[in-house]
Design a protein around this ligand. Structure first.
Ligand code: HEC
Length: 149
């Protein structure tokens, strides 16, 4: 083989190696995070009891009860467990009870809640702003466009 061809072959090999290296690096960076099995089981319990009917997680769900995205971080673990196993009466009328969740299912739900609490959600859900807190513009002040003749 002539010297020039050798040189080109070596250059090609080096280029391929660099390409493979960069490919591996980007694959490592985009590899999706794996969700632990217990967390998936907790999500299934959440779906089985229809908790979403009344509670939101990351903004998805009903508004009867509070958002539970960060419930694991805002409540004591033992209190949360007790709440889930002994069906609490629901405010305000206290006639309906929470669905009683089985102890094994509570374990899974807790794993799910702890997983959610660790997600980086940049302050979600936003604090609820009551209508009375929003200062409406004074209708007597200023003129709207087109009011002048
Ligand atoms: C029919 C509506 C409804 C359903 C279904 C429901 N909840 Fe609730 N939940 C509520 C209401 C309302 C509250 C607030 C109760 C209170 O303050 O007394 C609440 C409170 C909670 C709390 C306490 C939150 C806190 O920070 O104090 C947890 C935890 C909770 N629910 C979990 C669940 C789970 C898990 C399920 C499904 C197994 C579920 N809920 C199903 C209506 C519901």
């Amino acid at each position: 083989m002539p010297r020039k061809a050798w040189g080109l072959t070596v250059l090609l090999l080096i280029t391929l190696l660099v390409f493979a290296g960069l490919l591996a690096l980007s694959w490592l960076r985009i590899r999706p995070a794996t969700v632990p099995g217990e967390v998936v089981a907790g999500k299934r319990v959440w779906q089985k009891y229809g908790c979403v009917e009344c509670h939101t997680i990351l903004g998805n769900g009903g508004y009867v009860g509070p958002d539970l995205t960060h419930v694991a971080g805002s409540r004591q673990e033992k209190d949360l467990r007790r709440f889930l196993t002994t069906p609490a009466r629901m405010r305000p009328h206290a006639r309906r009870r929470h669905p009683p969740v089985k102890p094994t299912e509570v374990e899974a739900l807790m794993a799910y809640f702890y997983f959610l609490d660790r997600l980086q959600v940049k302050g979600w859900p936003p604090r609820t702003v009551l209508e009375t807190e929003i200062s409406a513009p004074d209708p007597d002040q200023g003129t709207r466009e087109g009011d002048q003749e």
